[in-house]
Design a protein around this ligand. Structure first.
Ligand SMILES: *Cc1c(COP(=O)(O)O)cnc(C)c1O
Length: 358
């Protein structure tokens, strides 16, 4: 027994989910999104497991450097591009592909003198209103990139969907339509789809798709389960029972005493808390798995511990396994209990949680 939480990372599930993305968008190449430490799964082991990916995509240059430092050779796309001349020179030296989403980044490129031209993705804002050049500026930005010696031709073209998780929201069709009108007849590879686009919006598949969440086995769609799309959880957040005791009827449990035993209650204490990324905001009664069977978490989440009502698991012993999410307990079922998403729960698994790659 170790008395600590760990995250078991299942490389078979990662590869299986990658194959689901391949099957869903069979004519597209895949840039596997491994930003934010591969959504908490460990950027290096995930990048290694997904060696079949046509490219890897990260948000920031430091993430790309971590992947390269591990000896991983796949093409790497910087989804937010570069923000100063040093980063641009480093990106050029490493052969990273960069997204250009602003005129400031365009100016950097114009000043750059590189031996080796960079592959550039021009990102246009088709309705998300976050990153991307304005549709009115698209033609001028493209022209500027075309006359830039530091840029490999043809320039690649991309946009990002704002509401693809909702299959009934008309925004996605409008975004895809605008992107097609803007880029019609222009040479160069195109990319639109995130995980939700891959599963719900075939018109968004284009030359390259950019799956993130689905690779990790959570559902990118509002009204669909991950299992319904054949996805398997890549992370199982697990720990152990480190103590078992009885709370007498009327006893208040944990900080603030927010939960009170109605009757004499067998309580388990498990070694996981908000210091591990199990959210403090999670509701009383959220299920955990004790020896594979559901039991409710009760009382307030502490930094290092939670308490569990073991009334229905009377055989539980100290050292027995507790699963917070993952195999047998989809993270998509847990996230709403903390008023959040699978994205945030997975990313928030903290540094002290050991990743056990299987
Ligand atoms: C994070 C990100 C993705 C992946 O999104 P998922 O919803 O996790 O599939 C794709 N494209 C861009 C630009 C991103 O920032």
């Amino acid at each position: 027994m170790r008395g600590a939480a760990r995250a078991v990372i299942d490389t078979h599930a990662l590869r299986h989910n990658f194959a689901r993305a391949r099957a869903a968008a069979p004519r597209s190449r895949i840039m596997a999104v491994v930003k934010a430490n591969a959504y908490g799964h460990g950027i290096v082991p995930v990048a290694r497991a997904l060696a079949v990916a046509d490219a890897l995509a990260v948000a920031r240059i430091e993430e790309g450097m971590r992947v390269r430092a591990a000896g991983i050779e796949n093409p790497i796309v910087l989804l937010e591009g570069v923000f100063n001349a040093e980063q641009l020179a480093l990106a050029a030296q490493q052969g990273f592909e960069i997204v250009v989403h602003s005129t400031g980044q365009l100016e950097l490129l114009k000043l750059q003198r590189t031996a080796q031209p960079l592959k550039v993705w021009l990102k246009v804002d088709t309705g998300m209103h976050r990153l991307g050049v304005d549709p009115d500026d698209f033609v001028a930005c493209l022209a500027a990139l075309r006359s830039c010696p530091a840029v490999a031709q043809p320039v690649r073209l991309m946009t990002h969907l704002a509401n693809a998780d909702d299959a009934s929201d008309p925004t996605s069709e409008a975004q895809i339509g605008l992107f097609e009108r803007l880029t019609n007849g222009i040479p160069g590879e195109r990319s639109i789809a995130n995980s939700a686009g891959i599963l719900a919006w075939p018109a968004s598949h284009a030359d390259w798709v950019r799956p993130g969440l689905m690779l990790y086995g959570a559902s990118p769609l509002r009204d669909a389960s991950a299992a319904g799309h054949g996805l398997e959880p890549a992370m199982t957040l697990a720990t152990e029972l480190i103590a078992i005791k009885t709370a007498r009827a009327g006893a208040r449990v944990g900080y603030g005493g927010i939960w009170q035993a109605r009757r004499d209650t067998l309580l388990g204490v498990a070694a996981v808390g908000y210091g591990d990324g199990y959210p403090r905001a999670i509701q009383n009664g959220t299920p955990v798995l004790v020896n594979g069977r559901k039991a409710p978490m009760v009382g307030r989440v502490s930094m290092d511990m939670i308490t569990i009502d073991l009334t229905d698991s009377p055989d539980a012993r100290v050292g027995d396994p507790v699963v917070l999410w993952g195999k047998g307990l989809p993270v998509d079922e847990i996230a709403p209990r903390a008023d959040t998403t699978a994205y945030e729960l997975l990313c928030n698994v903290s540094q002290r949680v050991e990743l056990e790659v299987i």
